[in-house]
Design a protein around this ligand. Structure first.
Ligand code: THU
Length: 132
């Protein structure tokens, strides 16, 4: 867990956030045991900005990981940072179970994915095996 947080902190230093000035770092642990990190990457066309969590997840999947285990996210906020809704949906897709919310003071809060996104839409809904 400490290694994952360190990787997220290091990635935060690479954030490209000239518009919001809100720098975020994330890191994911793949089932292979490898760690992938990412930062937020903004764009002059604001809506094209990508969050740190999705950068890290997409790096992991594009490097061959099939399933992810845990994710850490770090920002310089008074309280540990919570991931946005779009990132929560992407986390569900790849099986992330444990999410470690952190701030740059080193405060941490560990949450389960089903606390972050209960009753999610996921691949089961497409096959009629949804929960309702
Ligand atoms: N951001 C993230 O990278 N992760 C989050 O969970 C929340 C928001 C980024 C998006 C944008 O570049 C900046 O933070 C301000 O919203």
């Amino acid at each position: 867990m400490e290694e994952l947080i360190k990787a997220a902190q290091a990635a935060r230093g690479m954030a490209y956030a000239p518009y919001s000035r809100f720098q975020v770092g994330a890191a994911v642990l793949g089932e292979s045991g490898r760690i992938y990190s990412g930062c937020n990457i903004e764009n002059a066309s604001y809506g094209l900005s990508n969050c740190a969590e999705r950068t890290a997840i997409f790096k992991a999947i594009s490097e061959g990981e099939k399933k992810l285990i845990a994710l850490a996210v770090v920002a310089d906020t008074p309280r540990p940072t919570a991931p946005c809704g779009a990132c929560r949906q992407v986390m569900i897709e790849f099986g992330i179970n444990q999410v470690i919310l952190c701030n740059s003071k080193g405060e941490q809060h560990v949450v389960a994915m089903n606390e972050l996104l209960p009753l999610s839409f996921n691949k089961n809904d497409l096959t009629g095996a949804g929960i309702f």
